[in-house]
Design a protein around this ligand. Structure first.
Ligand SMILES: [Zn+2]
Length: 133
């Protein structure tokens, strides 16, 4: 899924569990679970830049709403996609190590509109949880 979706879900889970260690564990787990849900991933640098920009702006706006565990959850939930980014820019030549990135299952190949729209409920529910929690 997109950076913004992973980050919001990870932040909401981190805020819920409350401790940085548990937030890291739930953030990483949430990345795995979200990647297993059929979706569409951005396929070029423009989409990635837009996604990361929206995510960064969202977290800038949320900066006063999140405690440390929420931030750790967001970082852990997005960290696995670092290898995808490095690979995309030719800085990682090997097989990706994260289970949903190694090509063993269909990942991020849903049609763009449906595959993007399916991410909204996860992102918006997480945003609501952060804002109301
Ligand atoms: Zn991923």
């Amino acid at each position: 899924m997109n950076f913004t979706t992973h980050a919001l879900v990870g932040a909401a889970l981190g805020a819920h569990v409350g401790s940085p260690a548990a937030a890291i564990a739930t953030g990483l787990t949430s990345h795995l679970v979200l990647d297993l849900i059929p979706h569409h991933d951005v396929t070029d640098w423009r989409g990635a830049l837009l996604d990361v920009s929206v995510g960064a702006a969202t977290f800038y706006l949320l900066r006063s709403c999140l405690a440390a565990a929420g931030w750790w959850g967001a970082v852990a939930a997005t960290a696995p996609d670092l290898e995808v980014g490095l690979r995309h820019f030719g800085l990682w030549r090997g097989r990706c190590g994260f289970p949903t990135h190694n090509g063993d299952h269909l990942h991020g190949r849903w049609p763009p509109i449906a595959g993007t729209l399916i991410q909204f409920p996860f992102a918006l529910a997480s945003l609501a949880f952060i804002l109301l929690g």
